[in-house]
Design a protein around this ligand. Structure first.
Ligand SMILES: [Fe+2]
Length: 253
């Protein structure tokens, strides 16, 4: 779901959010990249494998069936139409899953955010994407969480973000000055332990620039969806250095 929003610098950008909506069931791609993934979802749902096993199995599936090759036609369609391509999507009262291609226009930013009870694999299929990923380490207050930086680099085709409740749950990514396409395969509601209580809103925006501890862990402030886009929706990640400890924890309000 995409709407437009104006950033603090006045530029109109796309704002992507599922925002709790019940999305229509879609089943237009039926080849192995989906059918084998669907079997893995079933094994996870029956507790035959753990979330970490599931992530590793999806990685192995992508070694056997290269998404950059398998989805070539869909990548071309995303670039030609300049829009996301939803391949498979299903929502039940307790769970949901989606396999789609995200089209990122040049310099498009997905501002820093974290997730609730999501397991996802995202693979760059075309173009270059700058990626920052963090683990959530602890909740410090009602709108403050502690982050550990895991990734801070450019990704190219084949590079992957792997997200669970306890690993690389928060991320921030943006395209360079050319379009990019990312395979976005996520499932919701499959983890027993969650960082926040059940019923927590799914996606929360973050400001990871407001402070750092002596141990290098970053103090991030949770933001409403619109404020996240207003503050970071047009900021190139490479222009925003991660906070560094300089003798005392500088924490902005
Ligand atoms: Fe995300």
């Amino acid at each position: 779901m995409t709407t437009a929003i104006r950033t603090q610098s006045g530029r109109a950008v796309k704002m992507n959010s599922r925002a709790g909506a019940v999305l229509p069931d879609i089943d237009v791609y039926r080849d192995r990249l989906w059918t084998d993934a669907e079997k893995l979802i079933g094994r996870l749902d029956r507790h035959e494998i753990t979330p970490d096993d599931y992530i590793a199995e999806v990685r192995a599936l992508h070694r056997a069936v290269d998404p950059c090759v398998e989805l070539r036609e869909w990548i071309g369609r995303a670039l030609a139409e300049k829009k996301d391509q939803v391949l498979n999507q299903k929502t039940t009262p307790e769970k949901a899953w989606t396999m789609q291609l995200l089209y990122l226009e040049p310099n498009e930013v997905h501002p820093p955010h974290c997730h609730h009870n999501l397991i996802s694999t995202q693979v760059v299929l075309h173009g270059r994407v700058y990626v920052r990923e963090w683990d959530r380490v602890a909740r410090l207050g009602t709108d403050r969480i502690l982050l550990r930086t895991r990734t801070d680099r450019w990704f190219g085709p084949g590079d992957r973000m792997e997200t669970t409740e306890i690993s690389c749950n928060a991320h921030w990514f943006c395209a360079d000055d050319s379009p990019a396409v990312i395979l976005n395969f996520y499932i919701l509601g499959f983890q027993e332990w969650t960082f926040d209580p059940p019923g927590t809103k799914g996606r929360r925006m973050l400001d990871p620039t407001c402070g750092v501890q002596a141990d290098g862990l970053i103090i991030a402030r949770e933001l409403p969806l619109t404020e996240g886009y207003e503050r970071f929706g047009d900021r190139r990640i490479v222009d925003v250095p991660l906070p560094r400890y300089e003798g005392r924890a500088a924490i902005s309000p």
